[in-house]
Design a binder for this molecule. Structure first.
Ligand SMILES: [Zn+2]
Length: 430
């Protein structure tokens, strides 16, 4: 969509955007809402863990308890009594914000099942069973995602999945999804980890690609071109040091990957969470305005009733064409503008209103607040490091700017400070 912008270009970008939007508003054409890619991060990653294994509960729980900004997905099944034997452990993980998804009742070869009611038992009924099992263990879980066992999928299977889930994970390929390319929601690809088939270095590099760090100009023609941050989906199984388990990853290695995802400023969140955000943006960004006496309303449809109950979207809204102090409302509730000028809207509310303030009505925010006017925002980071596009460290710099003495070209600057996630920005030095 749009290239990522450095922090100090935000003011200019917001101004340019406002101008574009007010011109568009003037012509009465463009859609008034634009979702911010990947919830304001450079890219996104969903780590998914299949098969409801005991070693996932044992070895991942302490790592995830430590890394509070990492949330993952567990695709559970009754195979080996996985969910039954580990119900309390998975319920605790659910309570900590991790997703519990469906991996079918018996881990069946779905393409070999011709009987529709059997497919429904594996897929639809088991989703209910997961929810009741989690509820018995004190966790309120809404199953919205499925992952096909053995990645066996076809149109008939998809039609059954669609009855109870809004998204499905298959496997294979590089597992990356671009912001502005709508994927096949019931067949999302994933990068598969096995000890023999991948290396930790390769996965670290995939996390760089998702964050748009690297030099992709020389990419081979058969490789998919990398044009910006993307959403990487990773498929894992066990988490153990047992080298005999080819599908498993060592606990210290998965921890290294989680940490690298955070270092790269990737939105590290469950498959269903990022999938819902991604799916919602294709709808909201196309929704058109209906003019009203004092502003406009926008309405949209929910594409699948099995989306999560709440799908918060970080968006830019054309308010300037209505009023400098325009008010944004959903369900009669006034939304507060974020410090960067965006709004967090609820996709599942299916509508929003932008209107002029009423006589004497105070707007809870000053709509002219922007990041660039908040000096604290730029001072948040204390250390800035410059890298070339091959990842070579070139030294410390003062801010998000490449010093004049460096040759023209593209660079990476990583900003860090205590108590904040680091931020990596790609800069063109002209
Ligand atoms: Zn499996």
């Amino acid at each position: 969509m749009k290239p990522r912008k450095s922090v100090f270009s935000v003011k200019a970008a917001v101004a340019a955007w406002s101008l574009t939007m007010s011109l568009a508003g003037f012509c009465g054409a463009a859609a008034p809402i634009e979702t911010v890619p990947w919830n304001g991060h450079v890219g996104a990653v969903s780590f998914t863990f299949d098969d409801a294994l005991e070693n996932q509960v044992q070895n991942l729980t302490p790592i995830l308890d430590e890394l509070k900004d990492v949330h993952v997905t567990f695709f559970v099944t009754s195979m080996g009594n996985g969910i039954q034997n580990n119900a309390a452990g998975f319920a605790n993980l659910a309570k900590a914000g991790h997703e519990i998804g469906n991996h079918t009742d018996t881990h069946a070869h779905l393409s070999g099942i011709s009987d529709n009611s059997e497919l429904e038992n594996e897929i639809v009924k088991f989703a209910d069973k997961i929810e009741s099992t989690m509820a018995e263990n004190g966790a309120k879980v809404r199953v919205t995602s499925l992952a096909t066992p053995f990645c066996e999928n076809n149109d008939k299977i998809k039609s059954v999945i669609n009855k109870r889930h809004f998204i499905n994970r298959d496997c294979g390929w590089h597992g990356r999804n671009e912001w502005d390319v709508e994927p096949e929601w019931l067949s999302i690809q994933a990068k598969v980890w096995t000890r023999s088939g991948a290396s930790v270095e390769e996965l670290l590099s995939s996390l760089d690609t998702a964050a748009f760090i690297g030099n992709f100009e020389g990419a081979k023609p058969w490789e998919v071109s990398v044009k910006g941050g993307s959403w990487l989906v990773v498929l894992n199984h066990g988490v153990t040091d047992d080298k005999g388990d080819d599908y498993a990853i060592n606990p210290e290695d998965i921890k290294k990957l989680f940490k690298h995802a955070l270092e790269n400023d990737l939105w590290t969140a469950p498959f269903g969470t990022i999938g819902a955000y991604h799916r919602a943006h294709f709808i909201v960004d196309k929704a058109e305005k209906n003019e009203t006496e004092n502003g406009y309303t926008v309405q949209w449809e929910i594409p699948n009733e099995h989306m999560p109950e709440s799908v918060p979207l970080r968006v830019k809204i054309d308010t300037k064409s209505v009023d400098e102090k325009a008010i944004v409302e959903q369900d009669g509730k006034i939304l507060k503008q974020e410090s960067d000028g965006t709004y967090i809207i609820e996709f599942m509310a299916k509508a929003l209103t932008v209107r002029k303030p009423k006589e004497g009505e105070k707007n809870p925010q000053d709509s002219t607040t922007a990041i660039a006017q908040n000096p604290k925002f730029e001072r948040e980071y204390t250390n800035f490091t410059l890298f070339d596009m091959n990842g070579n460290k070139l030294g410390a710099v003062d801010n998000f700017a490449v010093p004049e003495r460096f040759p023209k070209g593209t660079y990476i600057i990583r900003a860090e400070s205590k108590g904040h996630p680091s931020k990596t920005v790609k800069m063109v030095h002209k």
